[in-house]
Design a protein around this ligand. Structure first.
Ligand code: NAD
Ligand code: IPM
Ligand code: MN
Length: 367
């Protein structure tokens, strides 16, 4: 899909792409290492030029130093890099998840990475739990608004610790934020020739999602040539399972997009295959798998690195390195076809062995 939300179009000059790597917690560093290896392979082959800088941030760093994301690190990530390659955050030693919020949500908010692009692309019918997967293509993208909704941490506790305790969380939808992502969805849908679907819950949450509906309706009228529709999120979740082939771009708010993107991941083979890009087009970008730190898999060598590697492919595509991005996708497809996969996809290869196969696969793909 040709998308305007990608950062640079056209052929790449060989100016190095400056990539900051934050492995984070749990399996984050394990899968990110494989993504980095694949990018290094392409770099050594001369197809693209990439410089890497590792950042130590995550639970270990927080527990050792008390620092989640310092202003100094933030300023470097903002000013000195073209992209951030991110693993995952989340660690039971930090039960309130403070470092995870400061790092991941902090970067999304402070870099204003308002578009979270989460492709839902089925690479082979056998990967899907859907009965009809061999009859219908599944290839759509969730455009998740990444800066608002209930994620702002706005709220309070009243009568804390008493039987009358009440917790209040406030969700935000601003016209400016809704407008910019809905407009981008329509632009990209027009370029790709696909439908835009709004997912909301205006029937139960009228303030926040009522605004989404009004803005969506106004913009849809401006793009009368682009097919569009509005769906309540509960019905849309059913439709994603029943007829996934009908979707092109699903645009939605932060919390609903989070939930729908895990549902989408499961339609295409599970968390090990779902990549994402958090972008402010033309300015900043952070690439990461949709999945989390998977504490149950840490150190087992069973974490599937494909979602991280496909996130690196999104990084390449957004930075004009189309051929390199296609080589990564081809390498993933070849490994899937051979059954060279981790156990989540039925194989018996380790994280590093899949990484090996993806490195050889990109070299095969570029000939
Ligand atoms: P999770 O995505 O980490 O794991 C859910 C399930 O998917 C687990 O069974 C896990 O084993 C499996 N899984 C995940 N990634 C996999 C991979 N690459 N290969 C094979 N199987 C994989 O979600 P969770 O258990 O709800 O969260 C664990 C921690 O991660 C929490 O602290 C959560 O807040 C955090 N989290 C972080 C991010 C992120 O950094 N973007 C995303 C989601 C969750
Ligand atoms: C994701 C994650 C995060 C989110 C968590 C870790 C805050 O689930 O990236 O999908 O909800 O955005
Ligand atoms: Mn999530």
């Amino acid at each position: 899909m040709v998308v305007l939300s990608q950062m640079r179009a056209g052929a790449r000059d060989m100016t190095p792409i400056r990539v900051a790597v934050i492995g984070g917690d749990g399996i984050g560093p394990e899968v990110t290492e494989q993504a980095r290896r694949v990018l290094e392979t392409l770099s050594s082959a001369g197809l693209v030029s990439i410089g890497f800088t590792e950042f130590p941030h995550g639970a270990d760093h927080y527990l050792e130093t008390g620092e989640t994301l310092s202003d100094e690190s933030f300023a470097r990530l903002r000013d000195d890099f073209d992209a951030i390659l991110f693993g995952a955050v989340g660690d039971s030693r930090v039960p309130d998840g403070r470092h995870a919020r400061d790092l991941l949500l902090g970067l999304r908010f402070r870099l204003d990475l308002f578009l979270n692009r989460r492709p839902v692309k089925l690479r082979a019918p056998a990967l899907s739990p859907l009965r009809r997967a061999d009859e219908v293509p599944i290839d759509f993208v969730i455009y998740r608004e990444n800066t608002e909704s209930l994620y702002g941490g706005i709220g309070r506790l009243e009568h804390e610790g008493t039987p009358d305790e009440v917790a209040i969380s406030e969700g935000i939808a601003s016209r400016r934020a809704v407008d910019r992502i809905v407009r981008l969805a329509f632009e990209d849908a027009r370029a790709a020739g696909v439908r835009v679907t709004l997912s909301d819950k205006a029937n139960a949450v009228p303030h926040m999602y009522g605004l989404w509906r009004r803005v969506f309706g106004e913009i849809a009228a401006e793009y009368a040539d682009v097919p569009s529709e509005m769906r309540y999120v509960d019905a849309l979740a059913m439709e994603m399972v029943r007829s996934p082939e009908r979707f092109g771009i699903i645009v939605t708010g932060n919390l609903l997009g989070d939930i729908l993107s895990d549902l989408g991941a499961e339609l295409i083979g599970g968390p090990g295959l779902a990549p994402s890009a958090n972008v402010n087009p033309g300015r900043h970008a952070l690439y990461e798998p949709v999945h989390g730190s998977a504490p149950d898999l840490v150190g087992t060598g069973q974490a599937n690195p494909m979602a991280a590697v496909l996130s690196a492919a999104m990084l390449l595509a957004d930075h004009g390195a189309k051929e390199a991005a296609q080589a990564v996708e081809a390498a993933v497809d070849a490994a899937l076809e051979e059954g060279r996969t981790t156990p989540d996809l039925g194989g018996n290869a380790s994280t590093a062995e899949v990484g090996d196969r993806l490195c050889s696969g990109v070299l095969e793909a570029i000939g």
